[in-house]
Design a protein around this ligand. Structure first.
Ligand SMILES: *Cc1c(COP(=O)(O)O)cnc(C)c1O
Length: 552
């Protein structure tokens, strides 16, 4: 048939891309999902060879059978998934006789050869979507799904007003129907408080982090509070921490009647500076506030230094070898505030396992976020674990109505645990994708190194990129860049504009502007760009293009 109008591209999905998308498998599965969504939404034609469906069904069903341990259920689920994609993908006409015309001498995979043969026979402008490099050897057009998305072959540049700062909707689309399944299970058994999903999550997280005990709880704030309570912190105690963090870190210290003592940060990592920690710990012992500085309150010289709360800011661990050593020398405990760093690594060990106690948060915007509040405490210490379990539920003893100490109602909901278990499945892949997005930002930003400093990650660290925060050369430059991005519909945020020692709530400590110069300076120049596992390179390019216009 003659046709002068070039016809639109017709995507032909290879077996491996469909499996990646349906199983949320491999580092690039979301690109396949995105392409399938474009087919579903009618933006582009999508085709599949029927013989591929048998393979997709077979592998899908076996995978689900392992997960559900119920053959009938896995059968039903696999068919439902196939049904769903066949609601918008078109089957190539396949009679089975095409096989006769294939070249038998090449040694090539029959399934792949058939895809090429059918595409050539029946489609005008096919583009095979595959991860398999073999297709590139044929004279067919073929492409990796990531390539298609990044080059926007099939659509215009996305509306900038659609760019989210953290894209939870994209993640949710991927997790259906596993998510509704897990939630349905909870609704069916009805154990909403401390149900089996809570125990399973704790087991899985302890294994993931690499510690003996995980005690889930109601928020990251409560995780920190419980950790300090397990350490018997109270009035008269001093706890050293950073002023460049979320309010909760120091808030819980003050809530227990203890005194937060701030320690300035490292200008490159924004984490607690071990040299400054050594100085403040020394100053506390001798109360030389010039070396500190220390709070200007009566009785500061009588405070008993008890511990350190170090914060893995923006997803990057602190230098724990040094912090733990300084703690030991000064007889202090160390709590790792890993609210932002679940999944990060320090010298091959995972965040939350880097100090005596690790505390994390499952707030929705954190790297491993739920659909509500949640948190967890990690430790290898059996006695601490026992105390934490007791504190979590009103200081209970062996019996529910025996109370040994003052505690909290600090439990994690079973429904939240079910959500987190589902999200944990794709968490390693999401970390991979966050790293890829961070690497791409670094490449794009290298052209602007005179006015912008990208994040610094030491060799022995792996950040999880809870935030991708850059430093501008001055406050005016930050204002200009943020304004420009906002006008283009690109959201940004400042973490943290005002260090904690200058917050009204902590004015009782008597700290002054100038006490922590690095925190104050960084706070005036830092801001964070959109960062999540589902950022595409084309969106990142747009963001950096807009920034480039604003900095000179
Ligand atoms: C988010 C956060 C917390 C508190 O966690 P919630 O779950 O919101 O209570 C504590 N510390 C830091 C560093 C955080 O980023």
């Amino acid at each position: 048939m003659e046709n002068n109008v070039p016809s639109r591209v017709q995507l032909v999905f290879d077996t491996n891309i469909l499996l990646d998308a349906l199983l949320a498998r491999g580092p690039y599965f979301q690109y396949g999902v995105e392409l399938l969504e474009h087919v579903r939404d009618g933006l582009v034609e999508g085709w599949v060879a029927p013989h591929c469906l048998t393979t997709v069904y077979y592998i899908l069903e076996r995978h689900l059978a392992r997960e559900t341990r119920n053959r009938k259920e896995s059968n039903r689920l696999a068919r439902a998934l196939l049904n769903e994609i066949m609601g918008f993908l078109k089957p190539l006409p396949e009679t089975g006789t095409e096989i006769m015309s294939l070249d038998a001498d090449t040694g090539d995979d029959l399934e792949d050869q058939l895809i090429v043969e059918l595409s050539q026979r029946y489609l005008e402008n096919p583009l095979i979507i595959t991860r398999d490099k073999w297709f590139l050897k044929t004279n067919m057009s073929a492409a990796h799904p990531k390539e298609v998305i990044d080059q926007n072959l099939h659509r215009d540049v996305p509306d900038p007003h659609d760019i989210p700062f953290i894209d939870l909707a994209a993640q949710q689309r991927l997790l259906q129907p596993a998510l509704s399944d897990k939630i349905q299970t909870v609704l069916r058994h009805g154990k909403y408080i401390m149900g089996p999903e809570v125990a399973e999550l704790q087991r899985r997280l302890a294994e993931y982090v690499g510690v003996n005990h995980c005690i889930s709880c109601s928020s990251g704030t409560d995780a920190l509070l419980m950790a300090l309570m397990a350490k018997d912190i109270g009035p008269g105690d001093a706890v050293l921490t950073t002023p460049f963090t979320f309010f909760a870190t120091a808030e819980v210290i003050a809530l227990l009647g203890a005194t937060p003592i701030f320690v300035d940060i490292d200008p490159q990592t924004f984490n607690m500076d071990p040299d400054a920690l050594e100085r403040v710990a020394g100053a506390l012992k001798g109360n030389h506030s010039e070396a500190g500085p220390l709070p200007r309150v009566g009785g500061a010289d009588r405070l008993v230094p008890k511990g350190i709360v170090a914060v893995d800011l923006f997803g990057q661990p602190c230098d724990y070898d040094r912090i733990n050593a300084i703690a030991e020398k000064n007889n202090l405990f160390v709590i790792e505030d890993a609210a932002q760093s679940m999944g990060a690594q320090y010298k091959g060990r995972r965040a939350n396992a880097l100090a005596e106690i690790g505390c994390t948060s499952f707030f929705p915007a954190k790297p491993l976020g739920g659909y509500g509040d949640g948190g967890a405490v990690f430790t290898d210490d059996d006695r601490l674990a026992e105390a934490l379990i007791s504190i979590r539920v009103h200081g209970q003893g062996t019996d529910k109505y025996e109370n040994r100490r003052i505690g909290l109602n600090g439990r994690l909901d079973t429904l939240q645990a079910a959500v987190l278990l589902t999200k944990l499945e794709i968490f390693p892949e999401e970390i991979h994708l966050r790293q890829a997005a961070a690497d791409h930002y670094a490449r794009l930003l290298s052209d602007h190194s005179a006015s912008l400093t990208p994040p610094f990650v030491p060799d022995d660290m792996k950040s999880v990129w809870a935030q991708y925060s850059v430093l501008t050369k001055d406050a005016q430059c930050r204002e200009r860049v943020q304004k420009g991005l906002k006008a283009s519909g690109i959201p940004t945020a400042i973490y943290y504009p005002k260090p904690l020692h200058l917050q009204t709530a902590f004015s009782f400590l008597g700290y002054r502007a100038g006490d922590f110069p690095v925190s104050e300076d960084v706070g005036s120049r830092i801001f964070s760009l959109p960062m999540h596992p589902y950022l595409t390179e084309s969106v990142q390019q747009r963001i950096v293009d807009v920034m480039g216009r604003e900095i000179h």
